[in-house]
Design a protein around this ligand. Sequence first.
Ligand code: XMP
Length: 180
Amino acid sequence: MRSDLSKVLFTREQIQQRVREMGNEIAIVYADLEPGLTIVPILSGSIIFLADLIRELPMRMKIALIQLSTYPGATTTAQEPRVVTELSADVRGRHVLIVDDILDTGRTLRSVQSMIRDRGAATVRTAVLLSKPGKAPPEVTVDFVGFEIDDLFVVGYGLDFDDHYRNLPHIGVLRPELTR
Ligand code: XMP
């Protein structure tokens, strides 16, 4: 699989270090908040990031899953996000931290952030591991960002192409000829 990448952007060690730092940043913000924190990971791309991030967070939390589809099948062209699996728990009155793998066009986060607000969350914040600056509309804001990257299609550490490469421990750029 490594040979399918034209470049590794972040090694396993660099990701581990940054996720630990993000955990510390997030822990400070939520240290004294009542009634409690609900993490909303957006499946499936966030699964590895989620697993590592929440083990850096010492506070009580609940997890409510939601699944969206943006890149159906073998494509790198995003389409309007579609809810595949509904939010698995009530978030009314809860402090919600949405967790996603990457902020790209912002369509996915725009739709999830507005859904969570509509359902009466006390506060809504967002953590993403990667962000492609300048692409998302201004109303889509993120509170915690791991790394900013150029506008390239990346895979690994949960990010996929046609559901492959999620298990790569590093994050890299897929060779362009493989996405054609
Ligand atoms: P939007 O464009 O809605 O994208 O901000 C968010 C979702 O799209 C997926 N995505 C990617 N997946 N490499 C991937 O493997 C990429 O470069 C990429 N850009 C966007 C991802 O699932 C994210 O949650």
